[in-house]
Design a protein around this ligand. Structure first.
Ligand SMILES: C[S@@+](CC[C@H](N)C(=O)[O-])C[C@H]1O[C@@H](n2cnc3c(N)ncnc32)[C@H](O)[C@@H]1O
Length: 315
């Protein structure tokens, strides 16, 4: 299998996690296994890397990487990271040294012709990372009411034509269900004003991103996984998250901000009644972005942001 993916911010992530021999890390987004491989080399035979991915293609690819490199310290887990708390229990993961997320999709998934992550070509309208997604992309497109379709395009894609597009989809699907990426792209192009149709960013970009986020329930999955991390990390353990979407970055930023505060009572409260304790301290105040050099080599890394925090309190 030819699994193509250029890792983003790999050097920065490894430097900031600072893995040492014998330590344990969880890579929640295995993808092309570059993060996992780098961590596995650093922690050595006495350490462990638990690598999770919802996509069977990533797991299969990593199996051959593990074999070729004779990694005996990597455990592959085919699961959704929203189940991180259960995974940790199953593999007795307590007091781990670091947890990393590198969100979104890999280039291999984008190129996969059996799924419809890309708006190039004509592929089945399926944007699920893994089997078992409750909602399929086709179901979203062919069954969602006007208000829900509009919300998805607006909230997840920041699509300025959200309502118009949702209306047109409903008109088209009354005649025949929309089943392929090309059918959807044709609808998007039909409603795109001429002045935008020649813009550098393809008019379908934001719509496809929105549908992928909705299909995989990505915002909710991320929140659930973040909530699970404090219990799994040791004090001094680090959480690193790479995002590519402003909505995802906002979730990480706000959650880390909240979990870095000792009290969540409203400012007018005379004394603290919530008893909330800060669990993390930020390691870098501002998110780290890719260098000019990385950007030149991999334009896809443009929107990447890395946030890192360290666990400071055990409950
Ligand atoms: C950008 S790639 C990760 C690349 C990886 N860091 C590397 O070094 O190659 C993101 C991966 O996360 C996986 N993924 C995204 N959301 C997931 C979720 N909720 N649960 C499990 N895997 C997920 C995708 O299937 C994809 O393989």
């Amino acid at each position: 299998m030819d699994y193509k993916h250029i890792p983003v911010l790999l050097r920065e992530v490894v430097e900031i996690l600072n893995p040492q021999p014998g330590q344990t890390y969880i890579d929640c987004t295995l993808g092309g296994a570059s993060y996992t491989s780098a961590l596995a080399k650093e922690v050595g035979q006495k350490g462990r890397v638990i690598a999770i991915d919802a996509d069977e293609m990533a797991i299969k690819n990593a199996e051959s990487i593990i074999k070729n490199n004779n990694f005996q310290n990597v455990i592959l887990v085919h699961n959704n990271f929203r189940n991180l708390a259960d995974i940790a229990e199953e593999y007795s993961l307590e007091g781990v040294d670091g947890i990393v997320f590198d969100l979104g999709l890999s280039s291999a998934q984008l190129d996969d012709e059996s799924r419809g992550f890309s708006f190039q070509g004509d592929r089945p309208l399926d944007m699920a990372f893994g089997a078992g997604e409750v909602i399929s992309t086709q179901k979203i497109i062919n069954s969602s009411p006007l208000s829900e379709l509009t919300r998805i395009f607006r909230e997840f894609g920041e699509e300025f034509q959200a309502y118009r597009l949702a209306k047109e989809i409903i008109t088209v699907r009354k005649r025949k269900p929309i089943k392929t990426t090309k059918e959807l792209v044709d609808i998007i192009l039909k409603i795109t004003p001429v002045r935008f149709s020649k813009s550098k960013i393809h008019p379908a970009t934001r719509v496809f991103q929105a549908l992928r986020l909705a299909t995989n329930d990505e915002f909710a999955s991320l929140k659930e996984a973040l909530e699970a991390t404090p219990k799994i990390l040791k004090v001094g353990g680090r959480l690193a998250v790479v995002t590519f979407h402003s909505g995802e970055d906002r979730i990480v930023k706000q959650w880390l901000k909240q979990e870095s505060l000792d009290c969540l009572c409203p400012p007018q409260a005379p004394v603290c009644v919530c008893g909330h304790k800060a669990l993390f301290k930020p390691i870098i105040r501002k998110p780290l972005m890719v260098s000019e050099e990385e950007l030149k080599a991999n334009p896809r890394s443009r929107s990447a942001k890395l946030r890192v925090a360290e666990k400071i309190f055990s409950f």
